[in-house]
Write a protein that binds this ligand. Sequence first.
Ligand code: NDP
Length: 241
Amino acid sequence: MSRVAVVTGGTRGIGEAISVALKAAGYKVAASYAGNDEAAAKFKSETGIAVYKWDVSNYEACVAGLKQVEADLGPVEVLVNNAGITKDGMFHKMTAEQWYAVINTNLNSLFNMTRPVWDGMRERKFGRVICISSINGQKGQMGQVNYSAAKAGDIGFVKALAQEGARAGITVNAICPGYIATEMVKAINPEIVAKNILPQIPVGRLGEPHEIARAVLFLASDDAGFITGSTISANGGQHVV
Ligand code: NDP
């Protein structure tokens, strides 16, 4: 499989595992990142995967970045919208900066990244768009009104766009991870993880990034052509309450 795949936020955490899994399956992978040059350089030297720096919350930057990827690797056939951030806080203390940063990075990025590759996917009659949402977009999480709103928006994006892409051979799906052991979760106080988070997860542990990567790999494959507009929960049994 020598298709070209772009993974936003593909140099760390869940995105890193996705990039590595796609490369191992034979895809030509471009991993984008925002600004952590050190992590990106380490990732590039360890994996041999091409890295690209641009801000997914900036439409012009995405257009230019994708143009460069297509010049280097060829037309984008698989797009994994994975990049995301948190800026948590109770709503009564939330600033406009916290709100807009999370909406721009976690939701507006889906337009910014998908719109520039959409016409090409339609013309070639093949495409896979996979968006990494979150269990907190499904159920809502206090302290994360901005994040929950953006991640719920990702699911709406997928459901609507899947209908538009269906006749053109493009599938559009979301994966909603539960708690996965990445830096985003390691930033949470370990006592809170042990006392409050693990008891909510029936399998009794955090998920691993490669467990999300496997679901991405399946959705990217030709075998998954009948799955579109779907939301796959990967959360260790932590069901919506
Ligand atoms: P990490 O914080 O480990 O990695 C985030 C990646 O996204 C980095 O590569 C980062 O680049 C990149 N990134 C962040 N902002 C931007 C931006 N504006 N433009 C381009 N790239 C950006 O995150 P995770 O691996 O934990 O999360 C990946 C996705 O999964 C996110 O969408 C997250 O919301 C979602 N998710 C994660 C869960 C978890 O438990 N970890 C649970 C549910 C969903 P750089 O290295 O330059 O900072």
